[in-house]
Design a protein around this ligand. Structure first.
Ligand code: CAA
Length: 386
C-alpha cells in the first residue's frame, strides 16, 4: 500500500476540506442547537457529489474509489457528524446496496435520484427488539399479487422522516431464519409508512432519526432488492461500506479534537504561560495525535482493500472499532484540555463529545466488531454454543 495520496486524491481532499470549513462548519452549531435537519446542506453535499461518491459515473455518481471517499467523509465528519451521517447513510448504506444488488432497472431508477439529492434514502434494518441480532427480523413480508405487503416496525432509522426510498428488511418465512430475509426498496410516500421523530437524543441533534411503523406497506416485485433470501447478505454488505464510512467520519472527529485542543492550549495561559507548555497537557495532545494517525491508517488500509477487491469485513470492523473508540476518547480529552470552555458549545469539542458517542453503538456496537474480529482470528463463532 502506498501512503502517498495521488494528485487527484489530494485535490479531492482539499476540495472537501474547503467545503467542510466554509459551508458545513459555519452551520453546525446553530443546526445542533435548533435540532434542525439541514435539507439545504444535504442538497449542497449532493451538488458536491458526496451523496453518490462511490457510485459509478454512469448512474450519476462521482465514481470515487474508497480511499478518496474516505478522505471526503473524514473532512465532512471533521466539521459535523450530523452532516456526515447523511453522507454515510445515503452513499454507503443505501447506494452501495443498490450498486451491488440492484437490477439494471433499479440502478437506473434509484441511483441518479439519490446521487443528485432529489431523493434521500434510509436503511431500515434495526427494530425495537432487533439490534445486534440483525437476522432476527420481526417485520414480515407476505407475498400478494404483483408484490409484497410488509408489516412491522423499525427503530433508530437515520433519515427516516425525510427519505423518499427506504431499504426495508423483512422476514418472508421465519422457519428459514436469516435465509428467509428479503430487502425491499420501499416508496415512503404511502399511508402505511409512518415515521415518528425520536426526541431526546444525546447528540446528533441535526440528524433526523425516526421510528417507523409499517402497516400493510406495499412493495412491487420490481422493488425487491436481490432475491428472496438475500436480505441478510444485502444488509451485511451495506454495513461493510457503512462501517467504513462511520470510521472515516470518526477520524475527522479525532482530527478536529486534536486541532482544537492544540490551538486552545497554545493560546490559553495559566500560571503565566501557555498551558501547552505543561507536560500533562502535551501528553493528552500527543495521545490524541497517535490515536488520530492510527485510526486514519486503519481506515486507509480498509479502503485500499476494498479498492483492490480483497475481502475486508474484518479489517473494516478493526477500523470502525478503533476509530470510533478513539474519537470518543479524543472528544473527552479535548474537553479536558479546554476546561470549562469545552463544556459549552462555543467550541466544537462539546458537540463532538455528544455526537460521536453513538458511533460505538450504531452500524454495529464495539462489542459486535470485536466479535467479528475475534471470530476471524480464532475461527470460533462466539454466537454458536460450543
Ligand atoms: N457480506 C456478505 N455476506 C455476509 C457478510 C458480509 N459482510 N457477513 C456475513 N455474511 C453472510 C454469511 O456468509 C452467511 O451466509 P450463508 O448463510 O450463506 O452461510 C450469512 O451472512 C450469515 O452470517 P453469520 O452466520 O456470520 O451471521 P451471524 O448471525 O452469526 O452474525 C452479526 C452476524 C455480525 C452478528 C450481524 O448480525 C451483525 O453485524 N449485527 C450487527 C447489526 C448492525 O450492525 N446493525 C446496525 C444497524 S444499521 C444502523 O445502525 C444505521 C442507522 O441508520 C442508525
Amino acid at each position: 500500500m502506498d501512503f502517498a495520496l495521488t494528485d487527484e486524491q489530494q485535490l479531492i481532499r482539499e476540495t472537501a476540506r474547503d467545503f467542510a470549513d466554509n459551508v458545513i462548519a459555519p452551520r453546525a452549531k446553530d443546526n445542533a442547537r435548533n435540532h434542525h435537519f439541514d435539507a439545504e446542506l444535504a442538497a449542497r453535499m449532493a451538488d458536491q457529489g458526496y451523496l453518490g461518491a462511490i457510485v459509478p459515473r454512469e448512474y450519476g455518481g462521482a465514481g470515487l474509489d474508497y480511499r478518496s471517499y474516505g478522505l471526503v467523509v473524514e473532512e465532512v465528519g471533521r466539521a459535523d457528524s450530523s452532516a456526515r451521517t447523511v453522507v454515510s447513510v445515503v452513499t454507503s448504506l443505501v447506494c452501495s446496496a443498490i450498486v451491488k444488488w440492484g437490477t439494471e432497472e433499479q440502478k437506473a431508477l434509484y441511483l441518479p435520484k439519490l446521487c443528485t439529492g432529489e431523493w434521500l434514502g434510509c436503511f431500515g434494518l434495526t427494530e425495537p427488539d432487533t439490534g445486534s441480532d440483525a437476522a432476527n427480523q420481526k417485520t414480515r413480508a407476505t407475498k400478494v399479487q404483483d408484490g409484497w405487503r410488509i408489516n412491522g416496525s423499525k427503530m433508530w432509522i437515520s433519515l427516516g422522516n425525510v427519505a423518499k426510498v427506504a431499504l426495508v428488511f423483512a422476514q418472508t418465512d421465519p422457519a428459514l431464519k436469516h435465509k428467509g430475509l428479503a430487502c425491499f426498496l420501499v416508496d415512503t410516500d404511502q399511508d402505511g409508512f409512518q415515521p415518528t421523530t425520536i426526541h431526546g437524543k444525546m447528540g446528533l441533534h441535526a440528524s433526523d432519526t425516526a421510528s417507523i411503523a409499517l402497516d400493510d406497506v406495499f412493495a412491487s416485485d420490481d422493488q425487491l432488492l436481490g432475491q428472496v433470501g438475500d436480505g441478510f447478505k444485502v444488509a451485511m454488505s451495506s454495513l461493510d461500506s457503512g462501517r467504513f464510512s462511520v470510521a472515516a467520519g470518526a477520524v475527522g472527529v479525532c482530527q478536529s479534537c486534536l486541532d482544537e485542543s492544540t490551538a486552545y492550549a497554545v493560546q490559553r495561559e495559566q500560571f503565566g504561560r501557555p498551558i501547552a507548555s505543561f507536560q500533562l497537557v502535551q501528553a493528552m495532545i500527543a495521545d490524541m495525535r497517535v490515536k488520530t494517525d492510527a485510526a486514519r491508517l486503519l481506515v486507509w488500509r480498509a479502503g485500499w482493500m476494498k479498492d483492490t477487491g480483497q475481502p475486508n469485513t474484518t479489517e473494516t470492523s478493526i477500523a470502525k472499532l478503533f476509530a470510533t473508540e478513539a474519537a470518543v476518547w479524543c472528544a473527552n480529552e479535548a474537553i479536558q484540555v479546554h476546561g470549562g470552555a469545552g463544556y459549552v458549545d462555543d467550541h466544537p469539542v462539546e458537540r463532538h463529545f455528544r455526537d460521536v458517542r453513538v458511533t460505538t453503538l450504531y452500524e454495529g456496537t464495539s462489542q459486535i466488531q470485536k466479535m467479528i474480529i475475534g471470530r476471524a482470528q480464532t475461527g470460533i463463532n462466539a454466537l454458536v454454543p460450543q
